[in-house]
Design a protein around this ligand. Sequence first.
Ligand code: 6GU
Length: 247
Amino acid sequence: MNFYVMTLFPEMILEGLSYSILGRARRAGQISVEAVNIRDFSEDKHKHVDDYPYGGGAGMVMSCEPIEKTYRYLCDKRKLRSRPRVVYLTPQGKVFDQQMAKEFAQEEDLFFLCGHYEGVDERVLDAIVTDRVSIGDYVLSGGELASMVMIDAISRMVPGVLTNEESKDTESFEGNLLEYPQYTRPEEWQGRRVPEVLLSGHHAKIEQWRREQSILRTWETRPELLEKAALSQKEQEFLEGRKKQQS
Ligand code: 6GU
């Protein structure tokens, strides 16, 4: 899968996506990341990429021309057959989730447009953007970190990027339950012991305990997820029992 990022800070993107699983996937050629500086396509002698907003108001607005030239440069260079999907990162977009990550991972080429200042001229968005996406309900200084978050989550859904062992984490989240707690050596640390069941070697009991921990954690911190989780009759009863104990 090929990612193309149109940004004022290409080094930030390339550096941030060089580590761990993403770094490995890039070196193995399973994904590629090209980050292009919109400022390189400014025709202005001072390399301006923004201007004052029509109608007045605070801040600056990114201009159409350098963004469209960046986009055309990438499309021409890559000889793209059809019009690629272009994601504009904005808090005004649809909120990104695991399901969207899976859908975007079906694309061979995916573009990102990272905005800055007060925004981007709406006309270039209408002309090239296919998807407006937010990564959550808070405000970031620009789209760069948001695009990196999306590229990480999407890449993990590209076949071959994760090893079989690594795939299991994401699969469990897709069951709409949070992860159970994990422990490693030593058995006791600063007076805190590892739960006895994990030392028992009794695999069925361990599985049941982990599943119960997942259910309890989900109920405590993300109760809205539980509605989508498929709990067995026994698990429902276990949860109801715990709820009663608490109240
Ligand atoms: Cl995608 N961009 C910016 N600038 N801020 C955000 C965001 C995106 N998602 C949440 N906050």
